[in-house]
Design a protein around this ligand. Sequence first.
Ligand code: UD1
Ligand code: CA
Length: 455
Amino acid sequence: MESNNTNVSTLILAAGEGTRMKSKKSKVLHKVLGKSLVAHVIEAAKYAGSKKICLVIGYKGEEVKKEIGDSVFYVTQKQRLGTGHAVMQAEEFIEDEGDILVLYGDTPLITGETLKNMIEIHRRENNGVTILSAILEDPTGYGRIIRDKEGNFIKNVEQKDATKEELKVKEVNCGMYCFKSKVLKEALKELTNDNAQGEYYLTDTLHIILSKGYKVNTVIAKDNTEMLGCNSREQLSEVTQIMKRRINKKHMQEGVTIIDPENTYIEPEVVIGMDTIIYPGTYLQGNTIIGENCIIGPNSRICNSKIGDEVKIENSVILESEVNSNTTVGPFAYIRPNSNIGENVKIGDFVEIKNSNIGNNTKVSHLTYIGDADVGERVNFGCGTVVVNYDGKKKHRTIIEDDAFIGCNTNLVSPVKVHKKAFTAAGSTITKDVPQKALGIARTRQINKENWVKD
Ligand code: UD1
Ligand code: CA
């Protein structure tokens, strides 16, 4: 889905300390719907066609590097002397050709579409720099875009440097730009810190570029929320709510029923088939894929899992597993990583499954633990079965073949194998393999002590 813009690179400013977040970790590593703030920005830049991306890091920079990895470049800003200073640290990264996006690492709502559009307009109008701006009811705190009578861009003024008249302007600078790389490089050479805050303002490059005779213009964001930054836990939560609504809306437009979008959290990568119904309290995470006509929830969490068509999952947790078509899970089941549940299977209440394969048409209806087991087709588990997979030192595998019948309250002490069509008697602790079609009984016989109760 990447656009084929040639030669766009991106610089993302992420050196800030984020004091208001009151956190021991870098602000840009805080997450919105499972993905760090800066990872959302990186993704938008990639979508817009940016091949080379560089992060300006500072506070907890090593941590950022470790988490984001080496698909992007890094430069370190040792002292935070302003947005212009941050960009100056990346001089080596700025090329002599093409365009460069300058973005912030804490604005996860910016979309690839908006950036793509900004690049297109920037090129069509042959601007030296194109600024993303927004019209805000309350512009407090932001740089204001000042225009002449004809509407041409004259300058950006920061809140602290603005006159009373300028403060009334509602068009603000979102802090995201598309520069001609060479033009940015030239402008940086002339940047000074001669202003109210004694900082190197990146916004001063706008005036420098204009004075050199290049065109400077703005693109007004269609959606004001795209510029929102996350400087506090409250903003983090607000941004999460906005992203949640955006994602849920997209799924509904594509034919998914979401009963209560306010109480449904779907991470950006999740795929959901048509006519699936999602009940409240559902969290769908990571690279989860859900088929068509499923009923998911209420109160379920599915992470990095693949769910077939017509599957019902109620009040359950499924992690890194596969559940195939026509199967029902729950209420109150827990499917742990590396499990593969077949088609038309019933996983009932209070069942836990870990690192196991469950064949088609098998029923595990209630109160059962299956760990490290390979279970065939059409197996029936009685209530209260435990696969005793751990001997205190090692985990062992258990094999239960097709059409076996596991009686209620059986312990299967691993490693053990129950062959095809074999039965285990209720209450048995099975320590030896049960041959095909045999009945394994492993319990003491009942003795009745007559007249045991003294009157
Ligand atoms: C900046 C703009 C302002 C715009 C606003 C939009 C300037 C001078 N002003 O102001 O016009 O309306 O963004 O949000 O650019 N950062 C660094 N190193 C630094 C300073 C900042 O990496 O030395 C990073 C911060 O981590 C932050 C981003 O740059 O993510 C913005 O910096 P900030 O100081 O918050 O700029 P604003 O004052 O908000
Ligand atoms: Ca800011």
